[in-house]
Design a protein around this ligand. Sequence first.
Ligand code: GTQ
Length: 347
Amino acid sequence: MITAEVRPDLASYYNQDCDPKNLAPLWEVLHTFARSTPYSDCQPYIWHYDEIRDTLLKSADLITAEEAERRVLILENPGMRGRYRVTTSLYAGLQLIMPGEIAPAHRHTQSALRFIIEGSGAYTAVEGEKTIMSEGDFVITPSWTWHDHGNETDSPMIWLDGLDVPLIETLDVTFAEQYPNKIHPTTRPNGDSIARYGSGLMPVDHQQQNGASPVFNYPYARTREVLEQMRKTEEWDLCHGLKLRYVNPDNGHYAMPTIGTFMQLLPKAYETSIYRCTDATVYSVVEGSGRSVIGGQAFEWGKRDHFVVPCWAPQCHVANEDAVLFSFSDRPIQVGMGIWREDRAGA
Ligand code: GTQ
């Protein structure tokens, strides 16, 4: 590699000829972006729920949901501290909403998912439709849709937020708006979207909107039933156990254009074969417990824990008891760009 270190005569060319004209020599940096395999600052990591739950609840003594707008502790990848991201392209946080609280209505270009971790009965309202949330439900607030959250129950509610914040920041396309009132008016009955679009049917003249699913809430009870149904035929995938992806009934793609979501079942004692893929993935443990080896590091996990698998890091999982894992990643973008890869060499 030719650099100014081995060719001091180049230094004055860089400093005097190139730099004042905002020019930079490619040959000094080509190796940093033409790599033979991916490099990432993202590290494998786990947040054990029993170690962070009290810290999250403590925030309710210090700030209200309304003051905070969203009372969330961000899951910051230790390799990227201060950059509010869990992987290079995605944000994750745990949101707490106490009884009687409202997280006021707003909209933004970032797409968001909610995955319900603890509690039930609070709602997310999306474009005038409320959806009541229970543990294990997967709820979306697509780009530029008005949304507010409220807890009309008498216990705290905690969910995982997944957003494409870092990705949208890279593209510079950040717009956000506050709704003039705390709550967006309700214009459709609860359960409207899943009734219309979530049963293999849709209104005949329905027009696809923004690439996101017209279904806002994919309830856990239904998802779990599908896994149980698939278990009957015992078609276990060596790398994944039984794995589903959430689908947009409009186009067969993922529920949102930038974030792919998945749910998988690993039966007791199942040990997956070594696998890797290019979409760094955040896992949320819904049921059971187990152990994963990610990029050579071992992690023990249980219900409500969250862990990260970086891009191209080898992963394998073993379940101590029947385990159910929710996960999300930027796979739809990578697939759309034709750059997504997986390596099932271990299978
Ligand atoms: O609930 O709308 O974790 O706007 C970060 C930004 C949640 C939300 C987050 C948000 C939200």
